[in-house]
Design a protein around this ligand. Structure first.
Ligand SMILES: [Cu+2]
Length: 272
């Protein structure tokens, strides 16, 4: 762990750098509602001064949308109000870059955890590693405490795709909320435009109209009871799909603007 104490940027600036909710205000509520059933597992702990940050996840980290939760204590006492800023960094051999994210709201969820989202855009490997810096500041205090979780294990997945919209490359991910199963599957779509060339910040696309159609290509049918992804905030959309039987499925996603003008289409395949 790298531990350091900084009195760095004003908080608003630090947040804006990472294009979170695009305002200086602390988000009022999480973009994705916490699942009270979720089995949360601690992954790593980092400490700086009297402040301890434990990173927890609901499933192993993977390319696509990840819920990352933080338990924060100071001098052993739980912290329930704080500004928590996530700074993921991919260290490639030739360059470094970040990835889309949504920082936690200013207070903890019902489990006493700060809940953030990180959209990993590539897997980790021996040579290409993800570090996750976390900056914590407490209400009424100017000090920012920084901790870093190094060499996170991020598994590969087919969640991430690229799409050119209006001449600009966008990162689009589709991640099921759990393992694919027969019946209703909740999922998340994220759409972000990397700020080039550094790819250290990502502009959320909150202005899209998404429609998703499942198909079982081998049998030539779809299913009923699907819900198109709707915007939850910060470029994160949530929908649900009905995989009505075992086998191969494709989700066809169409991205349109608010006037219904189609901007692009992408497919994700699933086997269950
Ligand atoms: Cu079928």
């Amino acid at each position: 762990m790298t531990l350091m104490n900084t009195k760095g940027l004003p908080l608003c600036l630090a947040s804006l750098t990472f294009a979170t909710l695009a305002s200086c205000g602390v988000p009022e509520a999480p973009v994705v509602a916490a699942d009270p059933q979720a089995d949360v597992q601690p992954v790593l702990r980092a400490q700086s001064g009297g402040l301890s940050v434990t990173l927890l996840t609901t499933r192993p980290l993977a390319v696509g949308l990840n819920r990352i939760l933080y338990a924060v204590t100071r001098d052993g006492s739980p912290v329930t109000q704080a500004n928590v800023v996530q700074k993921p960094l991919m260290n490639m051999t030739t360059m470094k870059h970040s990835c889309p994210l949504v920082n936690p709201p200013g207070s903890t969820n019902q489990q006493g955890l700060f809940e953030g989202l990180v959209v990993f855009t590539m897997p980790s490997s021996a040579e290409e590693t993800w570090d996750l810096g976390v900056e914590v500041s407490l209400p009424g205090e100017s000090a920012v405490t920084s901790v870093k979780f190094e060499r996170l294990l991020v598994a590969d997945s087919p969640a991430r795709k690229a799409l050119v919209i209006g001449g600009a490359m966008h990162v689009v991910t589709l991640t099921l909320d759990g393992a694919a199963k027969v019946g209703t599957n909740k999922y998340f779509v994220t759409v972000h435009q990397p700020v080039l060339p550094e790819r250290m910040s990502f502009i959320p696309r909150s202005d899209l109209s998404l429609s998703a159609t499942p198909e079982m290509p081998s049998m030539g049918h779809g299913s009923s009871g699907n819900v198109n992804p709707s915007h939850q905030g910060a470029g994160v959309y949530q929908g649900s799909v009905n995989f009505s039987m075992l086998g191969d499925w494709v989700i066809h996603l169409v991205l349109a603007d608010q006037n219904g003008v189609q901007l692009g289409a992408l497919d994700w395949t699933f086997m269950l």
